[in-house]
Ligand binder design. Sequence first.
Ligand code: FES
Length: 568
Amino acid sequence: MTEEPHGLDRGLTNYGDRDFARYLRRSFARSTGISPGLLNKPVVGIGMTPSAFNNCHRGMPELVAAVSRGVLAAGALPMPFPTVSLGEVFLNPTSMMYRNLMAMDTEEMLAAQPMDAAVLIGGCDKTVPAQLMGAAQADIPVVQLVTGPMSTGRHRGQRLGACTDCRGFWARYRAGSVDAEEIAVVEGRLAVTQGTCAVMGTASTMACIAEALGMALPGSAAIPAVLAERLVAAEESGRTAVALIGSGRTPRTIITPHAVENAMRVLMALGGSTNAIVHLAAIAGRLGIAVSLDRLNAISDETPVLVDLKPVGEGYMEDFHAAGGMGAVLRELRPLLHLDTTDVTGMTLEERLDVPLDWVDRAVIRAAADPVSPVGGLVSLRGSLAPDGAIFKRAAATPGLFEHEGRAVVFTGLEDLSNRIDDPDLDVTPEDVLVLQNAGPHAAGMPEAGYLPIPRKLARAGVKDMVRISDARMSGTAFGTIVLHTAPESAIGGPLAAVRDGDRIRLSVAERRIDLLVAPEEIARRMQGFTPPPAPARGYKALYRRSVLQAPEGCDFDFLKGQAPSLG
Ligand code: FES
């Protein structure tokens, strides 16, 4: 029996002569100055994502060095390699459009390069989902490491953290209670260290989900980016990857239907980002595991919100870590979790949770018997406006608007929105429902435009929230009574495209419904002759438009979805 090639001998380049390929590879590898002895060791690839366009990954070089240290100490060769990096606020039209590109890059580089295991380092919103999507089908073990959250800044005695406070101050600036001079000062005090946004936004939610899935080391999700402890976790991630070599513990053995359901529970208990449900659907979808919106509602109704963090509550990620982090949340959720899942260390969740925590700060992470809210943060809605579903973050909405009927004020796209929202002549009242069309995956790459601003004249009159509906997403750091991810989207002829100014729209969170109160025949009449917006002619954007699925399927590409796992 011939032994499976390992290390740099894996996946030799095709020249039609394997010995030549091996000799050539080793010759070129020696040009890096690594000793022949070390070149014979097992290889751990380190997927790194530094970029001057990604401030959230500023600590990447130190993390790569720490992972490398762990790999070397455990007797293997660390081989860092770059992939696409996505800095949330530096991408046009939206980072979401490039998540699938990064996932493809990650998947292909894991498969094409010679490594026996890998550590993937991400952090900013789309990077961890992209890496988990890319890793899902890998034939080697993979450990996810995150860059960790930012620490808070201070402004006139107030703690500030990106980006819930960015939005709070901007809303006050639009309403006229903060002037131009102060907003310029605040700009420099919102994002003051390396790391990801300081609240339970998308990046932190996805870090916690990576841990809940078992793909990141226990306790590693929330360690602040600036702490020495984060480098220790990086070193340990390197050691763990080496220990996994030859174990067969690949991502597909860790990301099971039970692990996905645990992640959904955690998402609810965190009051986490709406984006996470799209990303989780995409990660699970790579393995043929469905994330059903009906199951989401059942889980939401059974799972309390335990974490008192912005944007839903008061604290910041540094408080969450100090309070006990994911370990404390998982212990409170224990009766609701599948305990047979395993993580990258090989431990079952039951074994992990059998070890008691020494202390939990109950001001930040509540006991299940004394939750922030007795039900989960997110629900899905259906109805004549969203036959395939929509998402609503009840934890971040105004309860007085949960049962609401109002007149539609329609914006036909992002440009129309920015041209008219602050028009003093806009016919709008606080009871109206703001509707944004053509901001879904096909139309616009699904930007975070669902947090439609309150029209300036209403903001100045003190209006803080209104019902808003779109096929877009919303930043995980945002809040408001906002219906998102409406599917099918308007650009492929979903009913959202049929809404006209003055139509009545009814939201009922109790009934989980969002309805356009217009006769079906009239909706059909309006949709006659519907034409989708023109598609890009070439390049990645053309591929994206051709292949992107709707939000309930994670906005993945149709050709990347996996087969359902076999039962038994
Ligand atoms: Fe990177 Fe918020 S901008 S996590």
